[in-house]
Structures are given as structure tokens and as C-alpha cells.
Design a protein around this ligand. Structure first.
Ligand code: CP
Ligand code: NVA
Length: 321
């Protein structure tokens, strides 16, 4: 599929690699994946999908619920000519105390790659260290890189460029905020994370993002003031106030975040052609109003569809030869 020597080199450099965060790949490698995703999307529309993963099997290990991640990875593997096996942690010996490292070594001898959705990012790191096959982070408490790969594809399709694009994330300084900071920094975008006091993103990830952004002429800011931050925004992004695993904090969080809802008045402060993004699942009336998420500026279903295309590019590059 790759036609120029530089693309062939980037493609082969990705073979066998893990994808745990957006900092695992260079900006050139991310651009390569986005180009490949667009090519695969075009080919699928023409009913001409290549099948570079014939005979390959992806394991998909889930410790938490999923609609998009599970189905898009599974469908993507089939479309690429391979197979996917859905595994729930509670059905494996992991739930009865088998070591993650032993599980990683055993599964490496059956599978060609594994996608993991886990509570703890540290567990995924342990798994990746022991596994001899590529490991993909399908969401942890700290990151959601596959979602952001699809989001970057969506921004590229709609805006045509990342240069001078201002992405403002309003909400919890959570896994989505972390991955968006890293992804925007890699692409040299201007990125502001707006949270209530006490819910700011992880400081280590902020520092890492600032350093990556500076290398790429981008910038990262963290603030508590939504109205100022959204001025001149090209992209407004939000996510749930209570992530999976935080259900006990729901009432407290609803109170803390009530002034951080993305509503029509807030969207009016952004640029006229600003788009609204959300990784989904969404809670209308909480982090976003129905008028915004179901309005003309919303691109949330394009984002959701792009999970499939972005992940097909990722799978082709890291599992394919
Ligand atoms: N956005 C996302 O990861 O959705 P799921 O939780 O449904 O996989
Ligand atoms: N922050 C959310 C994202 C869901 C895709 C969560 O972790 O539940």
C-alpha cells in the first residue's frame, strides 16, 4: 500500500511495536498512520479493502465495558482478513490470581497482537514488558490513545491541517484529557485543558505534553476558566464527568462540574466554524446539552466511525509484515 521509500520505511519501523500512549510514536509515524487510515477508508468505500492480516489473530482483553472499542477492533480485524478473540478478564485465570506476566507470555504464543482495556495503566505496562507481541492500549485509567488517533483523523478530514488549530477540552483532567494533550502536542496544535479546581490533569503528563508541543511549535495550557479558554477555539471537546470505575463519586462530581457543561452559549464564544467533539458515550444534560451534541457543529459520529479506520491502519502497521 505504501508507495514512497519514506512511507515504506515508516511502515516497517512500526512493525511489532506497542501502542500504549501517543508518545510511543513519532509525529512522522502518526502522520503515516493517518494517511494510511484515509487510504483504507477510501478503499472500503470502493469495496476494495486490502486484507494484509490474513491468518493473524488479535486478542481483545476487557476489564471494563465497551461499545466502540470492542466492535471497531473486531470488525477491523475481520475486514483486514484476520480474526479477533474477545476475552473478559473475569473469565481468565487472571481473575483467580495468575500473574499478568505469565498470562502475557502464554498469550504471546497464541496471538499476533493484543488490545487491552484495563483499570490500571501500570498493569498494561507490565503486560507489554512480558509480551513478545504488539500490545495496544484500548483505554486505561490514564490514557485512551486509540480514541485520539481517530480524533486526529477526524480533525484532519474536517480542518485539513493541524497547524494553528486550537483544541479546547472542557471537563475532567482524565484519560481523554491526557491522550488529547499528547496527541495535540505531537501534531503541533494549540491545546487548552479546562477543569474545575482539583480535577486538573496529571502533572507529569502535562510536562511531557508541554515538552513535545514545544518541539512542534504547539502549546499546552491548563486553566479553570471555560469562558476565556474557548475564545477563538477551532475544536471544543468534552467527556463524561464520571469515568468508568469512579461511579461512587458521581454526585460529588456532578456538583463540581456543573459550571463546566458545554452548552450553546459556550459554543457561541468559539470560532463560527468550530466543531464539537466527544469520544462517547455521552450524557446529554450533564457534560453537554442535547442542542450541542445533536447540533450542526457536532462531529461525534464521524469520530466514532473513524475508530474503525484509524485502528485498521494501526493494526496493519504493527501486526502486518
Ligand atoms: N469511546 C470509546 O472508547 O467508547 P467505548 O467505551 O464504547 O469503547
Ligand atoms: N473517560 C471515559 C472515557 C470512555 C470512553 C472513561 O474512562 O470512562
Amino acid at each position: 500500500m505504501a508507495s514512497f521509500p519514506e512511507e515504506i520505511m515508516l511502515g516497517s519501523l512500526l512493525s511489532g511495536r506497542d501502542f500504549l500512549t501517543l508518545a510511543d510514536f513519532s509525529k512522522e509515524e502518526i502522520h503515516y498512520l493517518l494517511d494510511l487510515a484515509q487510504e483504507l477508508k477510501r478503499k472500503q468505500l470502493l469495496d476494495n479493502s486490502p486484507q494484509p492480516l490474513k491468518g493473524k489473530t488479535l486478542g481483545m482483553l476487557f476489564e471494563k465495558a465497551s461499545t466502540r472499542t470492542r466492535i471497531s477492533f473486531e470488525a477491523g480485524m475481520y475486514q483486514l482478513g484476520g480474526n479477533a478473540i474477545f476475552l473478559r478478564t473475569e473469565d481468565l485465570q487472571l481473575a483467580r490470581g495468575e500473574a499478568i506476566s505469565d498470562t502475557a507470555r502464554v498469550l504471546s504464543s497464541y496471538l499476533d497482537g493484543i488490545m487491552i482495556r484495563a483499570n490500571s495503566h501500570e498493569d498494561v505496562k507490565v503486560f507489554a514488558k512480558q509480551a513478545s507481541i504488539p500490545v495496544i492500549n484500548g483505554l486505561t485509567d490514564m490514557y485512551h490513545p486509540c480514541q485520539v488517533l481517530a480524533d486526529l483523523l477526524t480533525i484532519k478530514e474536517i480542518k485539513g491541517t493541524f497547524i494553528d488549530q486550537k483544541l479546547v477540552f472542557i471537563g475532567d483532567g482524565n484519560n481523554m484529557a491526557h491522550s488529547l494533550m499528547l496527541g495535540a502536542a505531537q501534531m503541533g496544535m494549540s491545546n487548552t485543558i479546562v477543569t474545575p479546581k482539583g480535577y486538573e490533569p496529571n502533572e507529569v503528563i502535562v510536562k511531557e505534553s508541554v515538552s513535545i508541543a514545544h518541539q512542534n511549535q504547539g502549546n499546552v495550557e491548563v486553566t479553570n476558566c471555560p469562558r476565556t479558554a474557548v475564545q477563538d477555539a477551532d475544536i471544543l471537546y468534552t467527556d463524561v464527568w464520571t469515568s468508568m470505575g469512579q461511579e461512587a463519586e458521581q454526585v460529588e462530581r456532578a456538583a463540581a462540574f456543573s459550571a463546566y457543561q458545554v452548552d450553546s452559549a459556550l459554543v457561541l464564544q468559539a470560532k463560527k466554524d468550530a466543531i464539537f467533539m466527544h469520544c462517547l458515550p455521552a450524557h446529554r444534560g450533564e457534560e453537554v446539552t442535547a442542542s450541542v451534541i445533536d447540533g450542526l457543529q457536532s462531529v461525534v459520529f464521524q469520530q466514532a466511525e473513524n475508530r474503525l479506520h484509524a485502528q485498521k491502519a494501526l493494526l496493519t502497521a504493527i501486526i502486518g509484515k
